[in-house]
Design a protein around this ligand. Structure first.
Ligand code: C2E
Ligand code: MG
Ligand code: MG
Length: 659
């Protein structure tokens, strides 16, 4: 599984942010709170009763034991003095709210032996149920809330052993005021409920904050900070959902958009303008898409659109065209109106791939092809995909061919308009072990779509430098031009050239570089930087196949270019086609105005050569001189050519070309 197939997981705490979980947590906290409060309430009650029993025991041992004897119990009465003493004690305790009343009953007869002044005169026999419980010999309590003399009270019944024989003869009933106990319980309960409510509220607020943070976090993780459209994670999610829900004959479309003039805006108007442009582009994209489509920025000026349910490739193409149309409307950046174009590559599932990774790769191949064709929309076509099986074999063979020395350099001379030769162009061939000598058209486009073009260019540079050195040793100073593909026009190139020249022990300035207009326009700023460095190294630069590409003339004036090579398509017909001749004349004049040389490619007749001389072209190249030849044959040809041109009527040399 690759990174693209992996749908990003939500972060570890994400589940906490769902409503259901929040409600469940709150209900649990509430239930736990109520259970806690009830249990604490019970504890408080038990403690309150315990305290009541303890204080009853104190009263029993201090007040009752001092006054009531076994004889009193048997007689069912106490002496006046003892009663007065007890009444006084009880009155004091009542005054301090530590007692509501005190009674002593005989266990045997149930007769009242002593009662404080507050006791009802009518009740002289202990109620049967109380007596029965008292006779069990255990301490017990009973709540009285009959609004009797003590109001609400907790009655504690204590067995009383008057003669110390180990068995009780009476029961002491100490009436404890209930209000303080209940007050304590109510207060504690209130505090507990308050605390529980606070916990619930805090938990609720905490969970809400967490939910909000989680949402913000998730949004940031799936969106592009600058343009607010989705990012790669969003694309992965949307694709996973689209693939899961897709049913035949539905299709999924993936569009990859690369802007044309973003770098230009960024560099000339500044990063702020660049940012504004990206924001505007994202807005246009959203406007051109349906709400079910996912628009994402993959980085830089690269955007993608996933359209989850389309009928066929044409629908993807028309969506792509809508997007380009929307982009072509000028965008306001401050006071300026800027027009941006773009190239869109489209891939369709399941036709081109059944996962996002494959679709992205296919859309990228299509986008790159669209760019090479000058923009617009292209649907992926396996026939142009270097990774498709047949081409894969060829790529593997080429890789091997480069390292095993199967490449050859042929050289085609460049002549001044008068026919003198001081430069040649190196043109690569591949001596394929089975298929024979292959021409660049058979393998260069393939190498250019992959990074294989880099080792290939490196080999060509080294071989060209070595060949220059060999010719020089043989007495011929032939400057060698090497073709450099767009992918190789990078900051590495000057160093590669230096390395090649160093190995061959020649000055780097004896090498020339030919780049196409596309190479320059793919990334004009980088091209300018690289070409400036080459210029500083004394290396001259030609724009190859000039006139068929998309060079912006304003760029041309800024680039350190030495020569324009007029594309052979114009040269081929210039004698029969006025428009082509006009273009040729135009390019010759343009190069003169810009201080560059003009070279006509593909000159295959003396007549064309003569016409070019009339138009003021500086140099020519073509079959009229010779097709490209192996190095040794080139020298033979050169000797022959020089012999001819010094003769009075040199073949292949136009009349009046001695200028
Ligand atoms: P190019 O650089 O424009 O090279 C000129 C091509 O035109 C050569 O084809 C040459 O044989 C052909 N040509 C020259 N004179 C005439 C003529 O009078 N009539 C006609 N019809 N054709 C003529 P070749 O050698 O097949 O090269 C084709 C292209 O392959 C080159 O175009 C160049 O873009 C590319 N190429 C060749 N060698 C290399 C290389 O080492 N590296 C890279 N990156 N590209 C290369
Ligand atoms: Mg060339
Ligand atoms: Mg050319």
């Amino acid at each position: 599984m690759t990174g693209w197939d992996r749908v990003p997981q939500r972060s570890g705490l994400a589940w906490l942010a769902s409503w259901r979980v929040i409600v469940a947590v709150l209900v649990s906290v509430l239930a736990a709170g109520v259970a806690g409060v009830l249990s604490l309430q019970q504890q408080i009650q038990i403690r309150a009763v315990g305290e009541a029993v303890l204080s009853a025991r104190v009263v029993s041992s201090l007040v009752v034991a001092r006054n009531i004897t076994i004889a009193n119990i048997a007689a069912g009465t106490v002496s006046e003095a003892s009663k007065a003493d007890m009444d006084a004690d009880v009155a004091k305790l009542v005054e301090h709210h530590e007692l509501s009343g005190l009674e002593v009953w005989s266990l045997r007869t149930g007769v009242l032996v002593y009662a404080d002044a507050g006791h009802s005169q009518d009740e002289t026999i202990m109620p049967v149920d109380e007596l029965t419980r008292a006779r069990s010999g255990r301490v017990f309590t009973q709540v009285t809330d009959d609004g009797g003399r003590a109001g609400n009270s907790l009655d504690v019944f204590l067995p009383y052993d008057a003669d110390g024989d180990g068995s009780a003869e009476a029961v002491v009933e100490a009436l404890q005021p209930r209000d303080p106990i209940e007050g304590t319980i109510t207060r504690s309960t209130r505090i507990l409920y308050g605390a529980a409510a606070l916990v619930v509220v805090l938990a609720a607020v905490g969970l809400m904050l967490l939910r909000r943070r989680q949402h913000a976090h998730e949004y940031a993780a799936t969106h592009d900070g600058l343009t607010d459209v989705g990012n790669r994670s969003q694309l992965a999610r949307a694709a996973a959902a689209a693939f899961a829900e897709r049913h035949d004959p539905q299709r999924i479309g993936l569009l990859l958009l690369d802007l044309d003039r973003f770098k230009e805006v960024n560099d000339t108007l500044g990063h702020h303008a660049g940012d504004d442009l990206l924001i505007a582009v994202a807005g246009r994209l959203r406007g051109a898409c349906r709400h079910t489509d996912t628009v994402v920025r993959l980085g830089g000026d690269e955007f993608a659109v996933l359209t989850p349910s389309i009928g066929n490739a044409n629908e993807a193409a028309s969506l792509a065209q809508n997007i380009l149309d929307a982009l072509h409307q000028p965008i306001a950046l401050g006071d300026l109106l800027v027009e941006v174009g773009g190239s869109i590559g489209a891939a369709i599932a399941p036709d081109h791939g059944e996962d996002l990774q494959t679709l992205l790769r296919c859309a990228d191949v299509a986008m790159y092809d669209a760019k090479r064709h000058g923009g617009g929309v292209l649907i992926y076509d396996a026939a142009t995909d270097p990774r498709e099986s047949g081409q894969l074999t060829m790529l593997a063979e080429l890789r091997k061919g480069i390292t095993e020395g199967q490449l050859r350099l042929y050289y085609q001379p460049k002549a001044s308009i008068t026919g003198s030769i001081s430069q040649v162009e190196a043109l690569v061939r591949w001596q394929h072990p089975r298929r024979g000598l292959l021409m660049p058209a058979d393998f260069i486009p393939l190498a250019e779509r992959t990074s294989l073009i880099k080792p290939l260019t490196s080999w060509v540079l080294t071989e060209a430098a070595n060949q220059y050195a060999r010719w020089l040793a043989a007495g011929h100073d032939l400057q060698v031009a090497v073709n450099v593909s767009p992918r190789c026009l990078t900051e590495e190139l000057p160093n590669q050239i230096l390395a090649a020249a160093g190995t061959a022990r020649i000055p780097a300035s004896r090498l020339q570089i030919e780049v196409t207009e596309t190479a320059v326009m793919t990334d004009p700023d980088r091209a300018r930087r690289v070409l400036q460095r080459l210029r500083a190294m004394g290396i001259s630069v030609s724009i190859d196949d000039f006139g068929v590409g998309y060079t912006s003339l304003s760029y041309l004036t800024e680039l350190p270019v030495d020569e324009l090579k007029i594309d052979r398509r114009f040269i081929a017909n210039m004698l029969n086609n006025d428009a082509d001749e006009a273009i040729v004349r135009g390019i010759i004049n343009l190069s003169r105005e810009l201080g560059m040389r003009s070279l006509a490619e593909g000159v295959d007749s003396d007549l064309t050569w003569a016409r070019l001389a009339d138009l003021g072209c500086n140099d020519i190249q073509g079959f009229v001189l010779t097709p490209a030849l192996p190095a040794d044959d080139l020298l033979t040809w050169l000797t022959e050519w020089q012999g001819h041109t010094t003769a009075t009527h040199a073949p292949g040399r136009p009349r009046g070309a001695d200028m």
